[in-house]
Design a protein around this ligand. Sequence first.
Ligand code: GUN
Length: 286
Amino acid sequence: MTAQIIDGVEISKKLRADYSNRVTQLKAKGITPGLAVVIVGKNSASQVYVRNKHKACQDIGMHSEVHELNEHATEAMLLQFVEGLNNNSAIHGILVQLPLPSHIDEEKVIELIKPEKDVDGFHPYNVGRLMIGEPTMRSCTPYGVMKMFEHENIKLEGKEAVVIGRSNIVGKPMALMLMAEGATVTICHSKTRDLAAHTKRADIIVAAVGKLNMLKADMVKPGAVVIDVGMNRTPEGKLAGDVDYANVKEIASHITPVPGGVGPMTITMLLGNTLAAAELGSGRNN
Ligand code: GUN
C-alpha cells in the first residue's frame, strides 16, 4: 500500500481563500486585521520565517508590520516595545520571533503579550485554557496538524496516538489537542526507553523531534497516519523531515511530505489566529 499524501499546500490554499473572504468582510466594517512581528537580532533562519509570514498576511489582505530590533536591544526595550503593541488598536496579533538573544528572558516577554493578541498561543493563559479544554488561541503548528486531520476526515476518537517530542510549541499542545478529540495519547521523548514499542502500536504518529529520518518503516504499523513536523537538512542541503519518507510511505495510510506538509499549515494557522483575534475584537482598548 502506498500512503495517501496529505498536501499542506493544497489545504492551506483552501483555508487561506476562506480567510481572505473573512478579511474582506471585516474591512467592510472598518477593521483591517493586523499582525505585528518582532524580531531581535540577525538570525538568518528567523529572517526567512518572518519574511514568509509577512508575505502571507499581505496575500490575504491583512495588515502586517515587521519590527527589527538590533541584537543589543535590552530586555527592557523589548518589553516596552511589546507594551506599545498591546495598546495599539491597529494590531490584533503580536508575534515575537523565537529564539531571542540569550540576554532576554523569553518567558517574561511572552507573558507580557496580551493573551487575546497572542497569536502564537504561547502565553501561559492560553496554554492553560487549552489544558482545561476551553476555547483559546492555539499554537499554530499543532493546530495546523489538527486542521489536516479534519480536512482528510481522519477520525481521532478512540485512536492510539503517539507524539514524539515534548516541546512547549509542538509536542505538549499537540498531545492536548489530540486528547481533546478523544485519542489515547502517549508522549515519547529523548528519554523514552523503547520508542519503537510505542510507535508500532500507534494509529496516529506525530514526529516532532528535529532528527533526520528518525522514524523508520519498521517502527510504523501498517495503515498508520504519519505526520512529520521535522524540518532538517540532508547532507546534500535539502529540506527533509523526521520521517524516512521513501520507506514509511509504503507502510502508512496517510503521510505528510517535507516540504509541503505541516510547514505551510503553520503559517496558515497564524493567519487564522490573527483573523480570529480581529473578529473577537482584540484591537479594542478597554
Ligand atoms: N521560531 C520558530 N518557529 C516559531 C513560531 O512558530 N513562533 C515564534 N514566535 N517563533 C518561532
